[in-house]
Each structure stands twice: as C-alpha cells, then as structure tokens.
Design a protein around this ligand. Structure first.
Ligand code: HEM
Length: 589
C-alpha cells in the first residue's frame, strides 16, 4: 500500500474547511459531543443533591444558563449603575432568594453547579490547590490565552513557580519599589493635566479615568516587574500597542455571541491545530491581543538578555550570567535565573514557554485589575462628596503630621501609617462592591466532604453541616455574594460606606476571611493573588496624588454601568461600542 502523504491530507482538509466552514464546525462539534460529552450524560449517576436549596431546573439540555429570570431585577451596588444584571449579581440574587449561603444551580446536560458564599466552604476549597483546580478545559483556555504562567498552573507546577517568584513580592523588595511607583504616577499626573480629549463630548474638566489608570498601571508593572519601560503614559509605541490590543479584545469580549463560543471551543479545545479556521471578530480580537502579548514578552526577554550580555562584556568578563542574575530580584530576572542560570536545579528550571507565559501573565493580571478598581474608586468618591471631603482632610492631616504635603514622595512605612486608614477603607470598600474577579471557578479533583459555616437546610427540614462532593463536581465561589453578605459586612451591604470597615460585625472576624483584606477579592490559600500588596500600594499612591490635585465629580447626563470582560469594567450606557471607559469630571483644587 502506498504511504499516505500527510501534506495532501492537510491540504484537502484545509480546502474543505475554507469551502464549508459552518458544516465543518457543526461536524466537528457533533463528533466532539458524541465521543466526549454523550458518555458522561448517559452514565451520569443520580444526583446526590435532592432537596438542596436552589432554583428549579428549566431545561435538561441548557439547565438554567439562559433563564431570563436569573439576570433580571437585581439590586445594584452603589448609585452609579442602571444595570439590572451587574457582573456576579446573578449568584447573589439566587443565594438571597434561597435564603441560604450555598445553593445547587441546575447546569447544562443535567449537571449541577454548586455556588457558595459560605466562608468555611470557600476557605476549604482555596486551601487545597491539588484537590480543587480549574477544570481541564478552563486550564487549557487560560494557557492558550496567557501562557503557562502562575495563573494557569495548579499543584506542583504552581508550587515551583510561586516559590521562585516569592522574592519579587516580599515587603523587603516592594519597599524599594516606592520611587518607581511615585515616578510613574507623577508622570501620569502631568499627562492628565494636558488631556482635553473628552471635553467636547462631556464638558469641562472631564477625563477618562480608566484610560489613564490603564496606561500608568501598565508602566508600573513594566518597570517594577521587568525593568522595562512601556511608556504607555507618554504613548510610546510599545505601550500603545499593548493597550490598544487589550482595549479591542476587552470591548469584543463584552458581547460574546454563541457563534464566538463555538469557534473558540473548536480553536481552543477540540482542534487547536485548525488555526486556519475563519474566525469571528471577537475571537480574532482576543487572538490578536494574545499574539501582541507574546510578541511583547519575547521582545522584553530578548532586550534584557542582550542587556545582560552587554553588562558582562563591560564588566570585563569578571562576572558571569549567574552573578548578574543573582543581583536582580524583579519578576523577569527571577524567571530568567530559573531559565538560564547554571546554578539552578534541573527540577526547578523554567522552560522558554513558561518564561514567556509568566511575563504575559503579569502584564495581564497585574494592570487591568488595579486600573479598573482605581476607576471605580474615583466614581464612588465622585458620587459621595462627603466621603471624598473627609478623605481629603484625613490625607492632608496625615501628610502634615509627617511634615509633607500632597505630591511628596513617601516611603513604605509612611504609606502604611494609621492616618491613611480611611484611604485603605475606601479601596477595600470599592473592591467589595466592584471586585475585578466576581466568581472563582473550581472543580473537585477528589471526593470530599466540605465543612460549612452555615448549615444547609434541605427541603425535608433536615440540616447538614458538611456538603459531599464527588470528583468532577464544578463549584463557584461567589466573591460578589460573599461581599454583599450583611452577616459579614453589616447593614445595607449594597451601598458604598467605607466607614463600615471600622465597625464590622463579630461574624466577620469569626469567618476567618483572608487577612488583611477582610474579603475574598484576592482569593485565599496557596493561589491567593501574589500581587495583592503590590496592587494596594500602587492604588494608594495613585489615589493620593489624584485627590491631592483634583476634586472629582460625576459627569452629568450619562449613566455608567458595569460589564464583565475578564474583569468587571465600566462603560457608558448607550456608548458601549466605544469599549470600557469612565469619564469623570476633575476640577483642579
Ligand atoms: C485590585 C487588584 C487585584 C485584584 C482584585 C486581584 C485579584 C486576583 C484574584 C482573585 C486572583 C485569583 C485568580 C484565580 O485563582 O482564579 C489573582 C491571582 C493573581 N494575581 Fe491578582 N489581583 C490584583 C492585582 C494584581 C497585581 C497588581 C498583580 C501583579 C503585580 C497580580 C498578579 C496576580 C497573579 C500572578 C495571580 C496568580 C497567582 C497564583 O495563582 O499563584 N494581581 N488576583
């Protein structure tokens, strides 16, 4: 028999795909369903959650996923949004309706999804990064999108990377970054002054807070993490390319349609090698962002390697790569050390793919989270003038007690002075109401009994204090629902009130929420956000500088709503196609 020519086969498949993309997509999905999904549905054991709280099933096929009731008539946190279904609010609403902290949500193909805000449940799951991980498909999607970095990994691979990166996030190291944070923030303040782009549309003094915070936080993660200047504030080409690709991808992913999901599923999970498939606009934009991030990360590694070689040459060959790398403790150099140093154990080495993935991960996770939180914080302060006035006075007083004024640089210890407590509370309150990540998805990789703080009352009146899970069970840890618990955060949990952080109910300390943030916004356990301290310091400095120079006010005649696109972000109602932005009136003091 003549050997099969693989080139001819690939070329025939390509022709078929290009000629009949829809039929090929349907055929591929049908095969996938037949081989992968059908057996799971046919042999699914009976539910162990009979009589548990949660909404009644609407459909076997889709569960309640497209049920209109789920997203409607939801209360919205704060005054600034008209949205009836803010990100994460669906789970809060269902939990509130059930009157219990843990519910069983009917999911696709007869499966069930456990959603909880019970702190003991959440801590138990997050404490075990081996027993509870993202499901295989979500892990694969994360790796496709942001590479083999810290976010994507669990278990041993995660442990190894986390240990290696720890020094870049220690207080000892962060202390030395304060001048970097201040320098970039001051650059933003100067550039902000000359920005009049939004004035014709929204009136005198209006600036897009999200745009500027997005630029400056990219510059900060670049300089502090990789010793690399994106120059996003100055609108240098590298910064603009990354920000533009981000903005385009995030705008596209605000409106994901079923066809986008089908194409993405084929591309990411079923046949990743079918990269010649015609893409939808949304999937194309997301892929362009990923390609831009990979290109940027390769460029950074190449430039830094050349810099090291140069430094070694200039040092007259008396130093070697290992010595040079030992001296630098930023994210990039720690990664390069694990990648190229001869002094690292083989088992601790990082592959080229992991190195690139790590940089993409930090660009991705390390700037949009803080940028959106900062923008929401300004919006809340604009809506609550009395809090803004009190905050500004407290900042002024604290600075004066140090012999300083607005705009002066502070060191790590000064920034952590008790006098800045209200600033901390404004940030924590913003994160509580607008957590960038509203829900954490995990899948049980083992059978388990999960302990609860609040017992679940079954329909027969019986109370259970532990919930059984079988390996493969999907779980949602609802950060939004936990943040809006009046038991944990006191009365009127849907309103912005930073003062609540000084008078939290006793149940809050009993619940053992992660310290010192007092909520699950950075998650908990071994995969707790590694950049939480970095992010909090960065946000404090930026708010300190902005509030020292400007009084912020809401822009009249527009409504801001929140949409979910990786993180929860603001958009102007009626101008969603422009992507996320937050116009704020900034009046010079
Ligand atoms: C407002 C600020 C931030 C919030 C609310 C936030 C939130 C989170 C959350 C919820 C996770 C867990 C995700 C999961 O496991 O599914 C996470 C992980 C992570 N964050 Fe943040 N983050 C913030 C800022 C930052 C910053 C500034 C950096 C980098 C400098 C960063 C880097 C990371 C990384 C690398 C991970 C993965 C950690 C691991 O799996 O070990 N984050 N973040």
């Amino acid at each position: 028999m003549a050997p099969v020519n693989t080139n001819t086969v690939v070329s025939s498949i390509s022709k078929l795909v290009l000629a009949h993309p829809v039929w090929v997509a349907i055929f591929t999905l049908t095969c996938y369903a037949a081989f992968k999904i059908l057996p799971k549905v046919l042999f699914r054991p009976p539910s162990i959650y009979e009589g548990y709280p949660g909404p009644a099933r609407e459909s076997f096929l889709l569960g309640n996923r497209f049920c209109k009731k789920n997203g409607s008539a939801l209360p919205t946190p704060g005054k600034q949004s008209s949205s009836k279904s803010d990100p994460g609010m669906m789970w809060y609403n269902l939990i509130k309706e059930a009157g219990q902290d843990t519910i069983i949500y009917p999911d696709v193909l007869g499966s069930e999804f456990i959603v909880t805000r019970d702190p003991t449940f959440i801590n138990h799951v997050l404490a075990d990064s081996y027993g509870y991980q993202r499901d295989t498909a979500a892990t694969q999607a994360t790796k496709m999108l942001i590479g083999e970095g810290l976010v994507a990994n669990f278990g041993d691979a995660h442990k190894k990377q986390r240990k290696m990166l720890g020094p870049a996030f220690s207080v000892d190291y962060l202390r030395n970054l304060m001048p970097v944070f201040f320098k970039s923030s001051k650059k933003m303040m100067e550039a902000l002054e000359g920005d009049f782009d939004l004035e014709p549309l929204y009136g005198y003094g209006t600036k897009d807070a999200l745009l500027w915070f997005g630029r400056v936080t990219l510059d900060i993660i670049g300089l502090a993490g990789f010793d690399y200047d994106f120059q996003a504030v100055e609108q240098g080409p590298n910064g603009v390319a990354v920000r533009d690709s981000f903005q385009a991808a995030m705008t596209a992913s605000m409106n994901v349609k079923p066809l986008d999901a089908i194409v993405a599923t084929i591309l990411f999970f079923v046949l990743p090698s079918f990269h010649f498939l015609p893409l939808t606009e949304t999937v194309r934009k997301i892929r362009e962002m990923r390609d831009q991030l990979i290109k940027t990360s390769n460029k950074i590694v190449q430039e830094k390697s050349e810099e090291l070689q140069r430094e070694m040459r200039e040092g007259g060959g008396s130093t070697n790569v290992d010595d040079m790398l030992k001296r630098k403790k930023d994210i990039l150099h720690l990664c390069m050390k694990a990648n190229m140093s001869s002094g690292v154990k083989e088992s601790d080495k990082m592959s080229d793919k992991e190195l690139a993935g790590q940089i993409v991960t930090f660009i991705f996770a390390g700037h949009e989270t803080t940028a959106t939180t900062l923008a929401w914080a300004l919006q809340y302060l604009a809506q609550h003038q009395e809090v803004q006035d009190e905050l500004r006075s407290s900042l002024e007083e604290t600075l004066a007690s140090m012999g300083k004024e607005f705009g002066d640089e502070l060191d790590w210890y000064e920034l952590h002075d008790q006098g800045f407590k209200l600033l901390d509370h404004v940030i924590l309150e913003t994160l509580r109401l607008r957590p960038p990540v509203t829900i954490t998805y995990r899948t049980a990789f083992k059978d388990d009994m999960i302990p609860l703080s609040s017992p679940i009352t079954l329909s027969n009146g019986k109370q259970i204090h532990q919930i059984p899970v079988k390996a493969g069970q999907n779980i949602g840890l609802s950060i939004t629902a936990s943040n809006l618990s009046s038991k944990l955060f006191g009365p009127s949990p849907e309103t912005f009130n930073p003062r609540r952080w000084s008078e939290l109910p006793e149940a809050h300390s009993e619940a053992k929420l992660p310290s010192p943030y007092g909520s699950f916004v950075f998650n908990a356990g071994p995969k707790v956000c590694i950049g939480s301290k970095f992010g909090l310091v960065e946000m404090k400095i930026l708010l300190l500088l902005v509030l020292g120079k400007y009084k912020v006010e809401p822009v009249g005649g527009i409504t801001i709503k929140s949409v979910e696109a990786v993180v929860q972000r603001p958009v102007v109602v009626g101008r969603e196609e422009e992507g996320s932005k937050l116009p704020i009136k900034m009046v010079r003091i």
